[in-house]
Design a protein around this ligand. Sequence first.
Ligand SMILES: NC(=O)C1=CN([C@@H]2O[C@H](COP(=O)(O)OP(=O)(O)OC[C@H]3O[C@@H](n4cnc5c(N)ncnc54)[C@H](OP(=O)(O)O)[C@@H]3O)[C@@H](O)[C@H]2O)[C@H](O)CC1
Ligand code: K
Length: 521
Amino acid sequence: MPELLTAAQMRAREETAMKNGAVTGAALMERAGRGAVEATVRTWPDLAGGGHHAVVLCGPGNNGGDGYVVARRLADLGWTVEVFGMGDPQKASPDARLMRQLWEACGPVGQLSDAGHGTRPDLLVDALFGTGLGRAIPAETVTAVAAVKARSGARACRVVALDCVSGLDCDSGRMLLPDGAAPDAMAADLTVTFHAAKRGHYLGQPQSRSLEVVDIGLDHAEDDPRQRPAPGLLRRIEPGRLAPAAWLGSVLPVAPGAHKYDRGHVLVLGGGCGKGGAGRLAARAALRIGAGLVTLAVPPSALQENAARLDAIMLTSMKGPEGLADILSDSRLSCVALGPGLGVGEATREMVRQVAGADRATVLDADALSSFSDDPDALFGLLHARCVLTPHEGEFARLFPDLAEKDRSVSKVDAAAEAARRSGATVLLKGPDTVIASPDGAVSVNAAFYGREAPWLGTAGAGDVLTGMIAGLMGNGRADPHLAASAGAWLHVEAARYVGPGLISEDLPDALPGLFRSLGL
Ligand SMILES: NC(=O)C1=CN([C@@H]2O[C@H](COP(=O)(O)OP(=O)(O)OC[C@H]3O[C@@H](n4cnc5c(N)ncnc54)[C@H](OP(=O)(O)O)[C@@H]3O)[C@@H](O)[C@H]2O)[C@H](O)CC1
Ligand SMILES: [K+]
């Protein structure tokens, strides 16, 4: 399911189910533990059956309760299981106390400080902290995990984290570690989370190689990527239950029988002599993703070099801001993309003023954003609901210095949401976890995690291509900016994964036809 929950939203789901008598906390815990064992064996089939060795580290709360369930179930399968706990059992919840007692019928609970003795196990289970983490985890927990991994023996100690890697702030994705701990001190091979993934699983740096969501019998909210996400719920951008073609078919401008003008006419403003590559990349991406027509407007001095490089993309001379007004008077233009390669300064600010004032679908990137570093409010005063900003963290910090990553006291999702509210535009804040936020509170994330990594996107021009893809998706002027930006971000990563290592930005637009075929379009 593509909904990503906060810790509070998860607790509310559990409490609602328990309050209306649908299930008890103990039953939820038992289902969680059972699901975790099943997911572990699915991930590592060689651990099926008995005769294996596990160490389970249990925390003071209900995450620890899950751990006791896992320990008992592994012992029932014939595993050798060692359990080490922390905290005063009398302070634990009744459910966690019950599960600890059921485990104690199978074996003892040792002190965390003793976890380093013995041979290295096949499996280390991190049941220390889950969604209830309130502050940096104690150093003793980091030490215990390291001690188990450091045990002597030839076995590869695989690590499974219950609900989340301990230390993960499930709302922001930040790791709350004690001073001096390595950022990956608690990293796992597999995280098994319950009912739904949490926001923190898809923000920041992924803390485990893979993530499995196991069902514990709670109701799921329906989510349709063809509709805007419900306010307050963070959507993970993916086809979900829909076939990719059903989802993308609703957002791509290419409809059966559509005339090229129905598919939109995108105008891309390009840079001057020798600075035309960014604009051409954006223009090609807009045409490839489905715009009916694309025109590249460049200064007279750059006409020749662009003409030599363009065929289906039309070219027009733009004599500075004055010339732009004349071009914008063409009502057939349905979307304008500007920023890449334009240069930072007053000329670019004037072009942004003219484009935004024309009240069309608009995508602003790079220099169109950085040109307002001295006066972000001057930019915000120009924007409207059909504008999409596509900053990377550096450009974002120039427009929203109080929300910059280095000083961010809120999550990346909340920072983007505040930026969208403040600017009145949809904000796509780039990164391996690209967050899209709209002024009405809709928020989505496209995370290239857990097997969707696309490190090759760290190449010159990849952002220009994304700008063009989003402009092409908004090309017909009717598209919802949030849904267009979401689909653009998702396709951008998929195109990069389709091309793979050796990718340069020129490959991305031309990968789209093959990618669309592979998606059944
Ligand atoms: N609710 C249910 O029925 C189910 C929950 N599941 C599992 O439960 C956890 C959430 O459990 P919860 O008890 O809310 O929280 P945690 O187990 O994550 O830990 C909270 C306890 O740990 C203490 N704590 C918090 N931070 C620290 C810290 N940095 N150092 C030491 N101790 C800490 C906290 O005590 P306080 O001091 O903060 O009062 C709590 O005692 C969820 O993740 C699931 O794994 C089941 O899966 C489903 C049913
Ligand atoms: K955990």
